[in-house]
Design a protein around this ligand. Structure first.
Ligand code: X8Z
Ligand code: ZN
Length: 609
């Protein structure tokens, strides 16, 4: 898609990308140039919104068809609409500049700015280049979606199958095989990615930007440079906690696999963390858990024991939102969503949430695995859907989250309320473990949430350097691993082949989905949770709070969601939390009891890499 709108029709289009076709609205140019007025600007914005929103619906339908049924024809349709939308949006972005010196009301100015700054893959004016950009976008997405690893001619693994192995198997040889195997999907993407970067950079430059990196960093209601500093500040807040977690995990992995496999003064080999990308580590809780016996609820087991199927998992998540006062999902959600991996056709399994008509045609697309991780991801996806529906009365250009981190944070915020108390209330478990087990519970969650933070940051640090030319195509892979080491303290478990393109083995790179949003979401969700718990009147520690059933919390949340992108994100944040700043003290406070425990464990260890 063309715009950065998350998980909605606009987002899908942002990943695509084609050229101008001559049917875009032109600013009337008389032989005697007439000064543009505020009224011209308002009419221009109105026309742009109408024009773009009409095209977004068939574009989203085509993209849905492609992602749920990858073949030659749907690929062509996807590329076709990708071109249409991207070229139209790029054209409007260009024309917006003509109003730079015109005095206009605040609302029109905001919309003009959004038109200019919301493109993910701006198209070059040259129709051939623009068409090529769209085609590459669709091709990369399809290569990832159809990707498999075949051990031999008989035995092939899909990504969900390999992810399950990474999560539950403990034989380092097998883990390495899967880790390397999946990365065979991406070397053929490398040249395409370089070409795409060049084309989109040209598109960005035609819009007056230095490069695409400036565009990506420039959509946060502040200067691109200032936004970069804001990220550094937030990371600086979380870093000491991450280092303590890293230290403990490395030591325990060393015990488990031996220090020859996990050297204690080096970055951790990336295949041992329970996840294909080493991005969240909750699946290795059993390896790093406290020596003292802790009663930590295993949601996978609870789902199994209660015989939950995929649909029931989604219904359960829906009922959480209903308990807050949100209307049930429409009938069409249940008819049109893709909940399980289709057999006998390729589909993009990476979870996403869609609003195909930008009103009520909400859907999710997932290959749900019946485990705790996907139970949480379902809440994540529904968070997108409820957000989309909450802002559907806003004008098209405001039908988006306050910033993209907000979109990613809502469902996660709800999932933070999946506490033992809540699980007992819905009958998934019989007992609530007492407070002496909290360290175990916090450690398990920190393995997902704190461990994720530097990964959430490094993906776009890499892309921004690629877009700015600081990392050249020859350095794609080495630059990736330098950042993996710098931020996460991880290393490749084996020397990477010369043609490796490991960034391409992470969905969001071939899909052109910006990733900083997840970093922001991991900070924001704890701010949201803290505020909602206060509003719900919860008196206990914030890590035991569930807002389940609180209409007050639901109303407060909805008040923010309804705003969409109509105001700067700082205002939306203030609406819910009372403060306009992103602030990592919320995540730190949440995990505070664990920090003391980690420091104690690490006392005699040498930390760092
Ligand atoms: O991509 C996602 C969601 C869809 S927006 C499933 N996430 C990131 C990832 O999987 O890498 C959620 C957490 C981070
Ligand atoms: Zn998401």
């Amino acid at each position: 898609m063309t715009f950065k709108r998350t998980k909605s029709a606009l987002l899908v289009i942002a990943a695509l990308g084609l050229a101008a076709c001559g049917d875009e609205q032109q600013i009337p140019s008389n032989s005697e140039p007439k000064a543009l007025t505020e009224k011209d600007a308002q009419q221009f914005v109105e026309k742009a919104q109408k024009d773009i929103s009409e095209l977004l619906i068939p574009a989203a339908q085509a993209e849905w068809a492609y992602q749920t049924y990858i073949n030659q024809d749907t690929a062509a349709l996807s590329a076709y609409f990708n071109e249409k939308v991207t070229s139209k949006a790029t054209n409007y972005a260009k024309q917006s500049a003509k109003f730079n010196a015109v005095e206009v009301d605040q609302d029109t100015r905001r919309k003009l700015n959004l038109l200019t700054n919301s493109l993910v893959m701006p198209a070059p004016e040259d129709p051939e280049k623009s068409a090529r950009l769209a085609q590459i976008g669709s091709e990369l997405g399809g290569m990832y979606g159809a990707g498999k690893y075949c051990r031999n001619t008989e035995e092939c693994f899909t990504l969900p199958e390999m992810s399950n192995i990474m999560a539950s198997e403990r034989d380092p040889k097998l883990l390495l095989e899967m880790w390397e195997g999946w990365r065979q999907v991406s070397p053929p993407m490398k040249a395409l990615y370089a070409e795409q970067t060049e084309l989109a950079n040209q598109g960005a430059q035609e819009l007056g930007k230095k490069d695409l990196s400036e565009m990506w960093r420039g959509s946060y209601d502040m200067e691109a440079e200032a936004f970069g500093q804001e990220l550094d500040r937030l990371w600086g807040q979380v870093k000491p906690f991450y280092e303590a977690l890293h230290c403990h995990v490395r030591a325990e992995l060393g015990e488990k696999y031996g220090e020859d496999v996990v050297p204690q003064d080096e970055p951790i080999p990336a295949h041992l963390l329970g996840n294909m990308w080493g991005q969240s580590w909750g699946n290795i809780y059993d390896i790093v858990k406290p020596e003292q016996k802790m009663d930590v609820i295993d949601i996978t087991k609870a789902l199994e024991e209660h015989d939950y199927d995929e649909i029931q998992m989604v219904k359960q998540a829906e009922s959480f939102f209903s308990s807050l006062g949100f209307a049930p999902l429409p009938e069409t959600f249940w008819e049109r969503s893709m909940f399980t991996q289709p057999t006998e056709r390729d589909a993009v399994c990476h979870a996403s949430a869609w609003d195909v008509d930008n009103i009520e045609d909400l859907r999710i697309k997932m290959c749900i695995q019946k485990n705790g991780e996907d139970f949480s991801t379902i809440h994540h996806e529904l968070g997108h859907n409820y957000y989309q529906r909450a802002y559907n009365k806003q004008p098209t250009l405001y039908q988006n989250s306050a910033n993209d981190g907000f979109h990613e944070a809502i469902g996660d915020t709800i999932a933070l309320s999946i506490t033992p108390k809540y699980l007992k209330e819905i009958g998934l478990v019989d007992n609530i473990p007492d407070a002496s087990n909290d360290i175990g519970m916090l450690l398990k969650l920190a393995l997902d949430k704190i461990a994720f933070v530097p990964f959430g940051l490094m993906v776009d640090q890499w892309r921004w350097k690629v877009f700015s030319g600081e990392i050249t195509p020859e350095q794609y892979n080495s630059g990736w691993w330098q950042l993996r080491e710098k931020y996460q303290g991880l290393q490749a478990p084996v020397d990477r082949p010369a043609d490796a393109f490991d960034p391409g083995a992470k969905y969001h790179v071939p899909a052109n989905t910006p990733y900083t949003r997840y970093f922001l979401a991991h900070i924001l969700q704890f701010q949201f949770h803290r505020s909602l718990c206060e509003i719900a009147g919860d008196q206990g520690p914030v890590h035991r709070c569930s807002i389940y059933g609180s209409k007050e919390a639901g109303t407060a949340l909805n008040n923010m969601l309804e705003m969409g992108q109509s105001r700067p994100w700082q205002e939306a944040l203030e609406t819910l939390t009372g403060k306009p700043e992103m602030d990592a003290t919320a995540i730190l406070d949440y995990f505070e009891p664990l920090k003391a425990w980690l420091d104690e464990q690490n006392q005699d260890r040498k930390c760092g890499w």
